[in-house]
Design a protein around this ligand. Sequence first.
Ligand code: NDP
Length: 450
Amino acid sequence: MSYDFDLFVIGGGSGGIACARRAAEYGAKVGLAENDRLGGTCVHRGCIPKKLMVYASRFPAQFEEATGYGWSKPESHLNWSQMVRAVNNELDRLNGVYQRMLDKSNVQLFRGYAQFVDSHTVAIGDRKVSADKIIVAVGGRPVKPNNIPGIDLAVVSDDMFNLPEQPKSLVIIGGGYIGVEFACIMQGLGTQVTQIIRADRILRGFDGDLRSTLTEAMEKHGIRIFNNSNQIEIEKTDEGVKVISRSDKEDIAVADAVSLAATGRKPNLENLGLENTGVEIVDGAIAVNEISRTSEPNIYAIGDCTPTMELTPVAIREGRIFADTHFGKKDAKMSYENIPTAVFSTPEAATVGLTEEDAKAKYGDEAIKIYRAKFRPLYHTLSGQDEKTLMKLVVNRDTDKVLGAHMVGEHSGEIMQAIAISLKMGATKADFDATVALHPSSAEEFVTMR
Ligand code: NDP
């Protein structure tokens, strides 16, 4: 049977593009369909604009810090539209970069929405193409909970990058990555932020010490966090959007214009024509095995439309491994162990491996030894800022292996990327101890903890 393409990729986000380019490098004939701008969520509505806004949000604290070093405090205010424009200009540039990358890579780009006609055929508008293998990399989008009356009045993270004006106050519902990151960004930019979470603490699934340390720091920055808040309602009033938590017996806050629902994301699977294939969907995501294969043998899926971790580098790695295996004759396999991740809050939080709670559940309390350091970093000493850095190692007592590393503090994302290499290599606490410290740094605490 001959097909138009060896591989057809649906979705031009980070995962889809990485997969398509790698397969084309091996000589495969590759087509890719994208309905929107190239680069997907990460480039246009996620990681990149978010991180640029994180940088923007940290300047006021730096101005403040500088006074401890003898600088006079500058008179400065944020021009919101200028920031939004600057961020969007960068996204336009990146869109162009992706376009040129694809042009050079012999991947044939189809501009339009792709739908399965059958398991080997995809329609993009009037055009039908066939492919031996098809990979679905359609990503996801924010989802608003349907149990909150008035939730339609809330915006989602996609909207935060293009708000016409900076809100004076903002209520955020949700305590995951997006809720926490936007709480810190907006507070740093000068908006009064209230965060409402239904759990006892932010960042469910993260290490308990990390969650507490970050909560403490966010509250010190002025973010009001309401825990265990259920029965939330949103109302439009003359003053703005009012968010009420019946369980807190008070009107939590009046946001002057905006409340943000940061309550999770879901795969973009509607109108894909998956019903014309044998692809199975479980809990709203495409079910895949350990090699990204769906229940239809020639169809694969990667990234946020599957149940794996919703992280850009995971989607990219899954896509490249798929290409390596099928077109590069390499025997590669995706490993989901020890994937580092950072929450770009202020202060930053980062983690790799097992939390204390998970390690104890897996190996038993007695088998786990915890090393912890909490200190005021040198940077804050002259300004007198009382912000603590937390570093923590979770170690298996029997094997001495470091099972997890957690940090809250400046540059923790950068530091954790390097720590992740050592965990991936199976480093023991003795290996950490044998590493000479780099002084003076915060990171040196990771090799000096006793
Ligand atoms: P998360 O799943 O991380 O968090 C969702 C939050 O919303 C949780 O606090 C959850 O509470 C709460 N929630 C869910 N439903 C309701 C409801 N009905 N009422 C009230 N609260 C509710 O999702 P995000 O949207 O924050 O992020 C999606 C994913 O995107 C992340 O999991 C992450 O993988 C990825 N991401 C990664 C980033 C990074 O790498 N830095 C940055 C941003 C996103 P509870 O905890 O009780 O379930």
